[in-house]
Write a protein that binds this ligand. Sequence first.
Ligand code: MRU
Length: 363
Amino acid sequence: MKVDGRHYRTVWLARDGWSVDIIDQTRLPHAFEIATLRSLEEAATAIRTMMVRGAPLIGATAAYGICLAVRDDPSDATLDRAHSLLAETRPTAINLKWALDDMRTRLRACEPSARRAVAYGRAAEICDADVAGNREIGRHGLEIIGAIAAAKADGAPVNILTHCNAGWLATVDWGTATAPIYRAHDDGIPVHVWVDETRPRNQGASLTAFELGHHGVAHTVVADNVGGHLMQHGQVDLCIVGTDRTTASGDVANKIGTYLKALAAADNNVPFYVALPSPTIDWSVRDGIAEIPIEQRDGAEVASISGRTEDGRIETVQLVPDRTPVANYAFDVTPARLITALITDRGSCPASAEGLAALFPER
Ligand code: MRU
């Protein structure tokens, strides 16, 4: 997608041909800065500290983390160490494990002397496949938005509510939840996006608003608790969110608060869609609530907030009384029964074991 007229992906090989450039998302929306990763440890830190985040981008960056590790030392021991270090960075997004397992299997199958070239080649393929898959999600989701637009009188905009950032910043390009939105906008369908601010880290307010703004898509940021009210008053035509892990039976783990939006959508007959590329499906898990590990992060993310002061400084301020106990659950699980459909790179399907099996018969 474009930033100030220039096309960017979120992760790419630097000019030297081996180090890895990323957009430092901890600096957005107030500064657009490129950071360069030169070692396995730097890749792990970038994922852990959320310089890069979003399930597909975490997977793509981890693939490049493996490249940086085997560039230094292509032995089995280093490969295994890199796999474990990166796997521990974020527990919920299954794309991380998928990319790491894929890289390790391929590299194990070749001689250490060949591993560097194979690793860089495969990491590039993972990135390209993410872009292609998200483009397909956009095509399938466009049919849904187009049908709602066609049923509206006098070209009124289609109002879409999204949570967190499942946009191009969360993937290599296009985004998952945002791909249908960008496609609809580019096709001339009027859309307006309600952007949940997404406390505690505000990915909606800082990242989704940033990218929709740069693409010229009409949007409004709302506090996290507003969605139910908007739905009760007919101001949301559909919800589209992303996911960090979808079970074989269609349960969906996504950013904390997604479940409450799905409950409100069900109570108000608002269709609730989840967009995902195939590597986000964890075929080994069926019961999302019981089986998906939910990341808990530092309470400081809840107890404080960062922003830009009038004179341009970025400051972090404390929100709670001194020594207040704080819990920071990063994700929740939305049961399949609350989901209207999954929008995948292979098409849309009911959020159910049967629905997914029909799209992925090889599983
Ligand atoms: O904690 P984050 O910012 O990595 O969480 C991101 C999300 O919850 C996204 O919705 C999800 O990863 C899907 S991204 C296409």
